[in-house]
Unconditional design. Structure first.
Length: 223
């Protein structure tokens, strides 16, 4: 019942392997960062390469210049998005881990896009509040939410304020290994994801698609 990432539960799926063999176009440095990340025991947190490429293409499609990423890990998806932006574009990358983000930094530099990445090492809600206080409401084109699940709704609401009309909020892990179908009451992460999924379905401020890519990906377009 679950949907899998290509580097985790889906790595032995011949159909998913076919998808990668016939669609993945990975920048050489991006591939190196993915391989380095696979050495980490928590590599399940990395955005699937097929999903990351799709989001980068969507960012290009809407001609994104200002992006927020909530949850960086080793910065694989950060690099993917930065490569898709024009030279004067920026990714405000929100995380709290110096150790994990330091893995990605040399690869960002090697790819020549480190000047596009504004890494904010503090709680993401603080960064979002800082951006709102700085007058950046309604100026961002694309926002990716992939951090602690219990705060997903808080991230969504603040992101919606920061997003321009026609911009996209992409939300990761919305299927959560299939657990959202019947959430255990004491599973706070799953309950939070399921609650947001239901809220988004009713939210008239956005148009909506939920995709079976990676561990489930929702696109919310601000109306």
């Amino acid at each position: 019942m679950s949907i899998s990432k290509s580097h985790c539960g889906g790595k032995d799926n011949p159909l998913l392997e076919y998808v990668l063999n016939h669609s993945l176009r990975e920048h050489p440095v991006l591939k190196k960062l993915r391989q380095r990340t696979m050495e980490d025991s928590w590599n399940i947190m990395m955005v699937a390469c097929e999903q990351s490429q799709f989001m980068a293409n969507m960012a290009k499609l809407i001609k994104a210049k200002k992006v927020i990423e909530i949850g960086v890990y080793t910065g694989y998806n950060t690099l993917s998005i930065a490569l898709a932006l024009p030279d004067d574009g920026v990714v405000v990358a929100c995380d709290i881990s110096v150790i994990y983000t330091n893995i990605g930094k040399p690869f960002w530099k090697e790819a020549g896009v480190d000047h596009k990445i504004d890494l904010r090492l503090q709680p993401a809600l603080k960064t979002l509040d800082d951006l709102l206080a700085a007058g950046d409401a309604g100026t961002f084109d694309f926002i990716f939410i992939d951090a602690d699940k219990v705060n997903y709704d808080n991230y969504y609401e603040k992101s919606l304020q920061l997003l321009r009309i026609g911009g996209i909020i992409a939300i990761d892990n919305v299927l959560w290994g299939g657990k959202v179908v019947n959430p255990a009451p004491d599973d706070l992460d799953t309950v939070a994801i399921d609650k947001l999924n239901k809220k988004l379905h009713r939210d008239t401020r956005i148009s909506l698609s939920m995709l079976t890519v990676g561990d489930g990906l929702t696109f919310a377009v601000k109306l």
